[in-house]
Design a binder for this molecule. Structure first.
Ligand code: HMG
Ligand code: MG
Length: 304
């Protein structure tokens, strides 16, 4: 099985969308450039959603305009509908993500429609993507539990994933939106999706609310999954998932993968610098355990 793991950085989107005070354009740009300098090759730069729903992501077009070209880096944005897709095309984006939910109530709260309607909205998005040669990634939220409905039927997770794959999504990111899963439920639910789609099409997106994200990644690695979403400094949450805390911290993920001898192409040191940068800009300590440890080690080295 391959030792190469694809890390998909979502901090500039999933992280910053949850900040109570929106972060300015230049800070968003500086963060993304620090992340790509650290070796991040796949990154979600923002979203084209309603600025009334998620004001933190207004200005995504300005962020994309201000970024220096970065060869070999794929920038992606979230799009919920045709309007978001048109903004993505205008911004010259080569990859987008559509986001569905395995929970009806979460779908309603997050994007204002039922699961069925969300797929109707994705159809023209996929058509524009095909016409413009834009890759589409698909998310399924609430795969290990929903903040409103609790446990979600396995059939809904598998069915939603299959529909996204059948529409043409090149990868399906299964989201533990509220960080409620364990290695046990990860094995069961992710295993069932892998049985249908194959592990190459599946990615893990774990919020770390209960400190289980790394264990869940390990369970996924055992199943052959090699693509994981994470967020620098453990930023994040979802405005429509009360109580959900940050994503698995990218520094923690890369530290564990380094320890397993797996290849990510990412410099942990430079990643931790990016984490220090955004934590400083937000005026609070990093949410990454590894980031915290590295910060302490460096401070001690400077003082010596
Ligand atoms: P709606 O109210 O059903 O749709 O919202 P609407 O068509 O009636 O539009 C409402 C307003 O939004 C209108 O403006 C539209 O013009 C505008 P108004 O007339 O009121 O001034 N609008 C837009 N503006 C900019 N860009 C657009 C766009 N579309 C409509 N693309 C909608 C539907 C989906 C737009 C809304 O509910 C929305 O934007 N929701 C935000 C959802 C979101 O970003 N959630 C967080 C990301 S998902 C997540 O974090 C989970 C994930 O990380 C995985 C996991 O952890 O599980 C991915
Ligand atoms: Mg998320």
């Amino acid at each position: 099985m391959s030792d190469i793991v694809r890390v998909f950085e979502v901090g500039p989107r999933d992280g910053l969308q949850n900040e109570s005070v929106p972060v300015g354009t230049q800070t968003r740009v500086d963060l993304i450039e620090r992340l790509t300098s650290a070796g991040i090759r796949r990154l979600e730069a923002g979203s084209f959603v309603s600025p009334k729903a998620v004001p933190q992501m207004a200005g995504t077009a300005e962020v994309l305009r201000a970024l220096r070209p970065s060869p070999g880096v794929t920038l992606s944005v979230l799009v919920p509908n045709i309007r978001g897709m048109e903004s993505a095309v205008n911004a010259g984006i080569r990859e987008v993500a559509v986001f569905a939910s395995a929970s009806e109530t979460f779908s309603q709260r997050n994007i204002g429609c039922r699961i069925e309607e969300s797929f109707a909205r994705f159809e023209p998005v996929m058509a524009i993507a095909r016409d413009n040669g834009i890759a589409v990634r698909g998310y399924v939220s609430c795969v290990l539990g929903c903040p409103y409905e609790g446990e979600i039927a396995l059939g809904s997770v598998v069915g939603t994933s299959q529909r996204l794959a059948a529409m043409g999504c090149y990868e399906i990111s299964l989201g533990d939106t509220i960080g409620i899963g364990t290695a046990g439920s990860t094995r069961r639910i992710f295993g069932a999706v892998c049985d249908e789609l194959g592990h190459d099409l599946v990615a893990g997106h774990f919020h770390d609310t209960r400190g289980q994200a790394l264990a869940n990644v390990l369970a996924c690695l055992d199943m052959g999954i090699r693509s994981f979403d994470s967020s620098v400094a453990g930023l994040g949450g979802c405005p429509y998932a009360p109580g959900a805390s940050g994503n698995l911290a990218s520094e923690d993920l890369v530290y564990m993968l380094d320890g397993l001898g797996m290849e990510t192409g990412i410099s942990l040191d430079l990643l931790a610098d990016a984490g220090d940068f955004i934590s400083g800009a937000l005026g609070r300590p990093t949410g990454s355990r590894v980031g915290k440890a590295l910060h302490g080690v460096r401070r001690a080295a400077r003082a010596a």
